[in-house]
Structures are given as C-alpha cells and as structure tokens.
Design a protein. Sequence first.
Length: 154
Amino acid sequence: MVGYKLANIKLFRSIWRSGVDQFLPFIITVAGVVLIDLLSGVLIGTVVGLVVVLIMNHHAAFTVIRDGDNFYLRFAKDATFLQKIAIKRTLAQLPNNSHIVIDGGHAMFLDHDILELIEEFKNSSIDRHIAIQLRNMPSSKLNLFSIITQPRKG
C-alpha cells in the first residue's frame, strides 16, 4: 500500500522515457514490492538491474578491425569472463598465415580469464602461422611477449 501511494504516473512516465534498461528493473521492483513484500521486491529488482548492467557492458568490450590478413583487436573497456566466449570465437576464426595486434591500452580492467585466453591463443597460433603483437597488456607475464611473435616456418 505504501509503495502504491509513493509511485505516481509521472514517475512511471519519467522512467519509461529513460529507456528500457532503466524501466525494466524499476517495474520488476515495483511488481515485486506490491506482489510479494518490500525486501523481496528490492532484492529481485537489484538482481534484474545487475543483469541489465552486465548485458549492456557485454556488447562493446572489444572491437576487431580487419585489413586483408591483418587484424587489430582493441579492448574498449572492461573485459571479463562474460566476454571470454566471444573473444575465443573471434580468435579461432582468424585465418591461418595472418597477423593480429591485440591492444589492451583502452581497457581499465582485463580479467585473468581473458589474459589466460590470450596466452593460450599465443601458444596455439604458432601452429597456425599467426603472428601476434601484444600492446599495453597489464600482465607482466604477457608483457614479456609484447614483441611480435613470429610463427614457425614450415
């Protein structure tokens, strides 16, 4: 009853105009508060809000630019385990005998899983004759390999 009295139609309209990413957690929180109880509604709304934030951040974590057999992968912001599958798929699709620059300079945070994935790719790229250049990677382990890795001949 208190939640119903506090919420008015202007508030609903205002949040609707803010976008679906704002409205969805809000309406789910309101529904949870009205249908269940205050604590459960707020908890459900918080979880939905967190999921929305994770989904919104998931899409623009990295960019790949192609110029013939040359590729440039740049991390745009935080890269977490949520992007691991997309990055792994992207790296697996690189053609043999190509070159890639992986730039972590714009990332504020690169998850340990992402750094391990890059290390695994670096090791497997030799067999595929893919030359790798790592730039601005935060891990000291990866910085040792920041020079161009030349693939084996043959």
